[in-house]
Design a protein around this ligand. Structure first.
Ligand code: Z5A
Length: 211
């Protein structure tokens, strides 16, 4: 039986990450893998959940600068990876993550090349070669994203960005997933049950090839 894998789900808002994480957990359980936990970024520790609230909040006349936003994301990530993810993987558990470092490249990195450079430095300084074993990228258009999130009663600070911003974020994601071999792109425009079927088929194949 395969041990301790770190699987991450990435995508723009409303791409279905949260439901996909629960679905992956269930698939693994069906596969006989019972020691599975799920986490989200930013979040999943008391401190990181506080940071999550801070980055989503709108501060009057005190705009969060892009460097501050990036450092807050890395503070939350470091707390989560060091206090939960690594210890659980060490125990032999599986960890399913709702977002990880690709999100920093896609959201903060889209602002400039110099921000991307800073992300690479932070990433290697704090995590070295530590990377997810597998990343699912749920691919949807920014239009579908907007349609799905507009159903909510209120939008947070980052969600208030426009379609143009989310198009850039999606492009950054596509560049990243095409550059890394351990990534699987899922057409998340389809109906939920079809998306979940595709995830299940691809996850089974990945597990079988790994064994
Ligand atoms: N962020 C960052 O900037 N930098 C970083 O390094 C990190 C994060 C780690 C996290 O907010 C924010 O932090 C995010 C990026 C930033 N900013 N924004 N905006 P979040 O967790 O609140 O937002 P999110 O990660 O984008 O999650 P989400 O908006 O809740 O979307 P989701 O998890 O991908 O989707 P969902 O909750 O599973 O589904 C959304 C809705 O769509 C729901 O009503 C579903 O029933 C529906 N849905 C899902 N799939 C389908 C399909 N296939 N068809 C139809 N409807 C569907």
């Amino acid at each position: 039986m395969m041990r301790n894998k770190f699987i991450v789900v990435e995508g723009i808002e409303g791409s279905g990450k949260t439901t996909a994480v629960m679905h992956i957990k269930n698939i693994l359980m069906d596969f006989g893998i019972r020691n599975v936990i799920s986490v989200r970024e930013p979040g999943s520790t008391a401190l990181a959940e506080e940071i999550r609230c801070l980055v989503k909040k709108k501060f009057n006349n005190d705009l969060i600068t892009i460097n501050t936003e990036l450092l807050l994301m890395y503070a939350a990530r470091t707390q989560l990876i060091e206090s939960i993810v690594k210890p659980r993987l060490k125990k032999g558990d599986w960890v399913i993550g709702d977002r990880h470092y690709f999100s920093s490249y896609a959201y903060q990195g889209t602002f400039s090349k110099s921000i991307k450079k800073k992300i690479s430095i932070l990433q290697s300084m704090f995590f070295g070669s530590f990377k997810p074993n597998l990343t699912f990228f749920l691919n949807i258009s920014p239009y579908t994203s907007m349609k799905r999130i507009k159903k909510r009663t209120s939008l947070d600070r980052i969600e208030m960005n426009n379609i143009d911003f989310f198009s850039k974020v999606r492009l950054e994601y596509l560049k990243l997933v095409n550059k890394h071999s351990n990534c699987i792109i899922i057409d998340a425009e389809k109906k939920k049950n079809e998306v979940h079927k595709e995830i299940k088929t691809k996850l089974y194949t990945w597990i079988k090839n790994y064994e």
